[in-house]
Design a protein around this ligand. Sequence first.
Ligand code: HEC
Ligand code: HEC
Ligand code: HEC
Ligand code: HEC
Ligand code: HEC
Ligand code: HEC
Ligand code: HEC
Ligand code: HEC
Ligand code: HEC
Length: 431
Amino acid sequence: MRQFLSILAVLLAAASVAGAQSQSSAAPAAVVDNCRTCHAQLDDRLGEPAKQFVDDIHSTRGITCASCHGGDPREEDMEKSMSRAKGFRGVPKRSEIPQLCAKCHSDGAFMRAYNPSLRTDQLSQYQTSVHGKRLAAGDTRVAVCSDCHGIHKIRPASSPISSVYPQQIPNTCGRCHADAGHMKAYKIPTDQLLNYQASVHYEKLQGGDLAAPTCVTCHGNHGATPPGVSSVERVCGTCHVFQEQLFDQSPHKAVWAAKKIPSCLTCHGNHAIKHTSDAMIGTGKDSFCMTCHVAGDPGGKTAGQISAALTGLDQSLAEAGAVLDSAEQKGMEVGEARVTFSTAHEKLIKARVDLHTMNSARVEETTKAGEKLAQQVNQDGVQALAEYTFRRKGLALSLVAIAFVVICLWLLIRNLERPSAGEEAGHSGAS
Ligand code: HEC
Ligand code: HEC
Ligand code: HEC
Ligand code: HEC
Ligand code: HEC
Ligand code: HEC
Ligand code: HEC
Ligand code: HEC
Ligand code: HEC
């Protein structure tokens, strides 16, 4: 038994050596990179970079430690490979990092050879951002390329585990912006991450909807604001196109611009944007309008009218819906009325967008069309219910009729089956 085991062990060892040999002969001659080989054997801050670098996008493209740190990777000797004479520059200072990355990333000719679709404007964009401007002024607490992308485990932006993948971005920015200690020197709040995480946008993002904005959709990734947006304040309209167009038609547009009151943010906020409701307009405590208007002024009156129009249609739809449900539960066919119902409901949705004109007549025009449809649905539903009752009555009547016929038949049969008096007597006599 013991002999058998040792033979087996020898065989296994031979097989693994053969495997390793065939592997190394199949692989292309590896580039000599003594930086990596030596650092992979070191611990902690000297070893980590080499271990992380294995899956880094740069590593997979053949870029080496020396591409960023300088030195000579062919030299096995530590002194010689990391010699200043060979261009070794050690650990770059934070202030030098953008230039270091841009050495390649701003070089169109160089980058095209790897990936022609990659932009090469990151540095020039970065220099227009608050981060870039402050860095140029000597503030090293701002974000540099490696704060957002990592250093030795950089992934393509399209990789879900990249620190700049949409769902990872909030935490990437929050690492500084939610850290009160780091941001102590500045006069800005540190609640953006927390507020954003309470928003409808974050909720959608977490649900997998990559159309929802993250920090960089609104603030830009490298530049100060996203392309085509004059200021962060105007960013909402890039997605919510109709609301912006209608806001621009509202009486607020000119007055607020003159008073430097921002548009969408004044009502909805910027980071903690919540689901909307009809309670946000009107004269109640949740109304946006009452922060500036009072119930009696022109704005307050409009708020009341729009609110009444919306809640009126909402109520009518609820009633019509209940009638339809009840008819459907009773097995009535209400398909057509359902279609009309959706059209009426779309009017309510449209009215909620229309209110951005702050024009009650405009909203009422839409809600009235909705009311008419809702009434139609209600009538159809009531009719269906009436028909149901009618059919029930008809059914009851026919049941009575059937019962009557059955009883008659039964009586008839009984009569037919009943033996005549003489027959019966003869029968009993026989037994
Ligand atoms: C034979 C081993 C060995 C080789 C080869 C080697 N290093 Fe190092 N490296 C070390 C050790 C040990 C240290 C820490 C001691 C020191 O800083 O001198 C270090 C430090 C560093 C540091 C940190 C310096 C600092 O100031 O903290 C960087 C960056 C670095 N090496 C990059 C490289 C690069 C790039 C190459 C190849 C061109 C390379 N190393 C080749 C062993 C090696
Ligand atoms: C894309 C450029 C780039 C490449 C490639 C790169 N590094 Fe670095 N490395 C940096 C930057 C930037 C820093 C400084 C980060 C910081 O601000 O702390 C750094 C820091 C280091 C440090 C110091 C770590 C510390 O915590 O003090 C070591 C050691 C190091 N790199 C080794 C390596 C080794 C070994 C390789 C190859 C396996 C490598 N680097 C590849 C950019 C690079
Ligand atoms: C020696 C040249 C060089 C340097 C220096 C360099 N890069 Fe790169 N980088 C590349 C190349 C080449 C690619 C691969 C492009 C490709 O094939 O898609 C790349 C890819 C990337 C990507 C992935 C792009 C994408 O989404 O597909 C990011 C992010 C990136 N680099 C960031 C950095 C950062 C941050 C630094 C500085 C710490 C840096 N790079 C330094 C050459 C370089
Ligand atoms: C404040 C964070 C931040 C900083 C600082 C930053 N980036 Fe980016 N970068 C991003 C984000 C986020 C993306 C992903 C694109 C997107 O979703 O908008 C990105 C994408 C990239 C890409 C992929 C191609 C592209 O442009 O979309 C490259 C390459 C890149 N960055 C390089 C750099 C370089 C080089 C620097 C420094 C000059 C830098 N980044 C600084 C956040 C940052
Ligand atoms: C390394 C830390 C760090 C990271 C990471 C970082 N920032 Fe910053 N950011 C700062 C500092 C510091 C300031 C300067 C604050 C100031 O001047 O008011 C700043 C300023 C800003 C400003 C201007 C604020 C103002 O003054 O109005 C915006 C907007 C901003 N960052 C957005 C982002 C976004 C978006 C991300 C992520 C993609 C991000 N930052 C990542 C540190 C960071
Ligand atoms: C839907 C768009 C949007 C998103 C998403 C967003 N912001 Fe903002 N952010 C704004 C607007 C608008 C302002 C206000 C600008 C102004 O008042 O000039 C702002 C202001 C800021 C400021 C300046 C200080 C302050 O609080 O007023 C910082 C810093 C900031 N945002 C960081 C972030 C970070 C970090 C994230 C992600 C966690 C984020 N933002 C997500 C739109 C957005
Ligand atoms: C990148 C596109 C984008 C940007 C920019 C954007 N949003 Fe959104 N927003 C969405 C998406 C997607 C949803 C979720 C789907 C929906 O309900 O329309 C949403 C939902 C909303 C809702 C909630 C609707 C509800 O009740 O469910 C409001 C309010 C809102 N956004 C306001 C804003 C404001 C204000 C801004 C600017 C500060 C803004 N959005 C910027 C894409 C965007
Ligand atoms: C004067 C306050 C006010 C301003 C300014 C405002 N909104 Fe609204 N918004 C509302 C109210 C109130 C609702 C809720 C409608 C409802 O549910 O009855 C709403 C609803 C929304 C919704 C939810 C979807 C919908 O239409 O039902 C979105 C998205 C939205 N607004 C985006 C914006 C954008 C983008 C801007 C800037 C162009 C903006 N809002 C400006 C008051 C405002
Ligand atoms: C940030 C303050 C603010 C908020 C919030 C606000 N308004 Fe106004 N509104 C104004 C100002 C300022 C004017 C200019 C006339 C004035 O001073 O009353 C105005 C004017 C109006 C007008 C034109 C009145 C006229 O004299 O013709 C209407 C209508 C109006 N607002 C409706 C609304 C409604 C509805 C809401 C809520 C959805 C609302 N406003 C929210 C500040 C605000």
